[in-house]
Design a protein around this ligand. Structure first.
Ligand code: SF4
Ligand code: SF4
Length: 316
């Protein structure tokens, strides 16, 4: 399957610090695209010839509003279907939400994906996403809600390569540290497949400001600032990749066994075990398991973090 979807992680910064965040986003997180880098990425995506849709997400992309809007406009101009994902912190009233959404509408987007669940607003509070949806509808903007449910009792869905919509929280990243306790666990020997990602030929990837191309969050198959996306995808061989190879051959359990890792403790599901094993391999595979902040290491920036064209500021 060719690569058809590129999701730009515009920034790792977020005004929230959700327990279920599998990217460890927070107000302190660094790594944000400049508009020049967005333009370069879009050119690379166009050169590939198979990409049809570009999403902008984060972190919280509305924190870098002008770059986000211009990025959407450029992506649309390049002929891609476009979308943006947001936690709706800006929808303080329907009228205000409309103000935020008018330039987004003018940029021309096909999908506005809004987080609408109890992870993003308290019980009894009016949902900011509901206000945003109402404003979007009046502007003629198509919107979808992303509802992350409590992880208890979740089971892998047949949704490889698709965004997580209406599913339980993924037990990886911060969720592995904050949400796993108290959930039922399974024997590590049963974690024999990767249930969510097509690691052999990814249909969509996430790309961050450091240039990392994520097959799954924190699993990099290359860096587009060092090698163009087209070359990178044509050279990608999952079997030769130190993390994807074992995962394809036998899931997270093979990842542990092939690298001689035996973890103590109990694990909720494949992703919880996979993330926990990867966490122990960071020093051995710094190019494949990056950036460190996705593993909760806030001070650990990738090797090319000195690049002056990457905006490293945390949220404004
Ligand atoms: S889950 Fe979304 S809203 Fe929460 S910290 Fe992560 S990026 Fe921000
Ligand atoms: S098993 Fe690992 S690679 Fe597969 S979806 Fe879960 S965390 Fe990602």
């Amino acid at each position: 399957m060719p690569l058809t979807g590129v999701h730009i992680l515009l920034t790792y910064a977020c005004n929230f610090e959700c327990d279920h965040c599998f990217l460890f986003c927070s107000p302190r997180a660094r790594g944000t695209f400049t508009i020049a880098r967005v333009r370069q990425l879009l050119e690379q995506a166009r050169d590939l010839g198979t990409v049809s849709s570009v999403y902008i997400e984060g972190g919280e992309p509305f924190l870098y509003y002008p770059v986000m809007v211009e990025g959407l406009r450029l992506a649309r101009e390049s002929g891609f279907r476009t979308g943006v994902v947001s936690n709706c912190y800006w929808a303080t009233s329907k009228e205000d939400a409309a103000l935020w959404l008018k330039p987004v509408t003018a940029a021309g987007i096909d999908d506005l994906s809004l987080s609408d669940d109890m992870f993003h607003h308290g019980p009894g509070e009016e949902s900011p996403a509901a206000r945003a949806v109402s404003a979007a509808t009046e502007l003629g903007l198509a919107s979808t809600s992303i509802c992350i449910e409590n992880p208890q009792g979740q089971s892998p869905q047949d949704n490889k390569g698709k965004p997580v919509v209406g599913a339980g929280a993924m037990i990886r990243g911060r969720a592995a540290e904050k949400l796993a306790e108290g959930l039922s666990t399974r024997d590590a020997d049963t974690f024999r497949t990767c249930p969510y990602e097509d690691l052999v030929s990814p249909g969509r990837v996430h790309i961050d400001a450091f240039g990392n191309v994520h097959a799954c969050q924190g699993v990099s198959i290359g860096n587009i600032w060092r090698k163009p996306l087209k070359t990178l995808m044509s050279e990608y061989n999952s079997q030769a990749h130190p993390i994807c190879g074992p995962l394809v051959r036998g899931g997270p359990r093979a990842l542990a066994l092939e690298h001689g890792i035996e973890l103590e403790g109990e694990f909720v599901d494949e992703c919880h075990y996979c993330y926990s094993v990867r966490r122990t391999l960071l020093d051995r595979f710094p190019e494949a398991l990056t950036p460190p902040l996705v593993y909760g290491i806030e001070d650990g920036l990738p090797p090319d973090a000195h690049d002056p064209t990457v905006n490293h500021q945390s949220s404004p």
